[in-house]
Design a protein around this ligand. Sequence first.
Ligand SMILES: [Ca+2]
Ligand SMILES: [Ca+2]
Length: 217
Amino acid sequence: MRFKTLVLGTLFIFGLLLTSGISYGYERAIEAEMADMIEEPMIIADDANASGGQFVWVEGEPATGGGGAGSVTFNIHIPEPGTYALWGKVIAWDGNSDSFWVNWMPMDSDENPQETNNTEFRWSVAGGSDWHWDRINHWLNGGTFDREWEVAAAGDTTLRIGVREDATMLDVIYITDNLSADEAEVGPRDPIPEDSITPVEPQAKLATTWAALKAGR
Ligand SMILES: [Ca+2]
Ligand SMILES: [Ca+2]
């Protein structure tokens, strides 16, 4: 009886080791509208179908051209070194509203692709007029490939998503160390309370408060 318990216990511990050895299993979702910095003309807009009821974009008709100004920036603490992928929950109506610039520092160079046009940071967003998930890729001149980032040490990182074409919509960013290209296997998801250890106010509310304060002077 004791032997059987010992064997079962040992098997259980081996099982735990195997499971934890495959992957650290880090994942986190962040509302786009919760960005630490929103640079105009990128703005927060309402949509009942968006996670949290809000998303970010440069407002306008998708076929008007333009773009290249505005961004959202996220300060993200990564607790474990590892290799990470990013997914975005997006809407891209057409070929004139289906790209962003993405650089994640310190893994990427801290340049402004809106000025350098460095295709290394060009994200070709999968088309679709309903909210859908798209693995962040780089759209190089020779083809489009899923991106991954090697985080050498735990610590603070800065993710910047810059506007390339107006009207491309971003609802949620999902960070994972599951590098599968299969959406069903990765299971990108909307934020849950556990994602925000320190809850933050949406930027729109901060802006409203600030405007109200100024008006009240
Ligand atoms: Ca395009
Ligand atoms: Ca959202």
